[in-house]
Design a protein around this ligand. Structure first.
Ligand code: SAM
Length: 241
């Protein structure tokens, strides 16, 4: 069954953008997934098709209206399988993790609601049980690039999209760790050599080296992930070099 991405946006012309290229683009052309955009403006109010208004309580910028967004969302929800998650990318959301991406990719698809201006009226998010996810601790000008990031991460996990199924199993976050460092030809470049162990042909020893390197990178660069991993493994992590 085709995995469905339904994107509500004020800028439908931004899509497919990068999602029309490379891995995701080929999968789109092959019908592994489908992408439909829905113009929120079509549900705007009045002659100017207004979708936003000033924030109650004052402050800068504009807020997207719940009634307008609800009309746009209801039209989409009528045509997607029940239980399809609705996701609002926002810096106020919990951080998007590979586990979320796996969950979305394992379902029938996602509905993504792209914010603009200062964001969306909170009542819509509460009333429609919309998942709020952030793609990082920085502020974009709109939800569209965040939607593309999310969808790209999902699509590459769909069956048949990645060349080798193993490439998904060993990459960063698959086991709670960052990936080990990668090397290819030439064996020596600018006086820097590939670690000998990788040229040894000893698969078990290479696997051990890679695992230790994954642990080291995670401990040094992502203490938050390391704390979870070390906790799960029931150790403090002090045994590492
Ligand atoms: N006023 C908001 C705040 O301070 O949290 C920022 C609004 S931002 C200018 C406009 C839209 O961009 C948001 O509604 C959201 O859809 C999207 N956006 C911005 N940064 C994002 C992030 N880090 N992750 C996901 N979406 C983001």
């Amino acid at each position: 069954m085709t995995w469905r991405a339904e994107v509500l946006t004020l800028f439908p012309e931004m899509f497919p953008g990068p999602l029309g290229q490379s891995l995701a683009g080929r999968a789109l052309a092959d019908g592994v997934w489908s992408l439909r955009t829905h113009d929120i403006r079509a549900h705007g109010l009045g002659r100017h098709r207004a979708v936003d208004d000033t924030p109650f309580g004052g402050g800068a910028g504009m807020v997207m209206r719940p009634d307008v967004l609800d009309a746009a969302l209801s039209a989409v929800m009528a045509s997607v399988p029940q239980g399809t998650p609705v996701v609002y990318p926002t810096p106020r959301g919990r951080l998007l993790r590979q586990a979320d991406v796996r969950r979305y990719a394992g379902g029938t698809g996602v509905v993504v609601l792209c914010g603009r201006y200062e964001g969306i009226d909170e009542r819509l998010l509460e009333a429609r049980a919309i998942e709020q996810v952030s793609i990082g601790d920085y502020v974009l000008s709109g939800g569209e690039p965040a939607a593309m990031v999310m969808l790209d991460a999902c699509v590459r996990l769909l069956p048949g999209v990645m060349g080798s199924a193993l490439s998904g199993e060993e990459e960063s976050f698959s086991d709670g760790l960052l990936e080990y460092p990668l090397y290819t030809r030439p064996e020596t470049w600018e006086g820097r050599s590939v670690p000998d162990i990788l040229l040894s042909g000893h698969h078990a020893a290479i696997a051990r080296w890679r695992h230790a390197a994954s642990e080291m990178a995670t401990r040094q660069r992502r203490p938050d992930l390391w704390a979870v991993h070390a906790g799960r493994a029931g150790r403090a992590g002090d045994d590492l070099p």
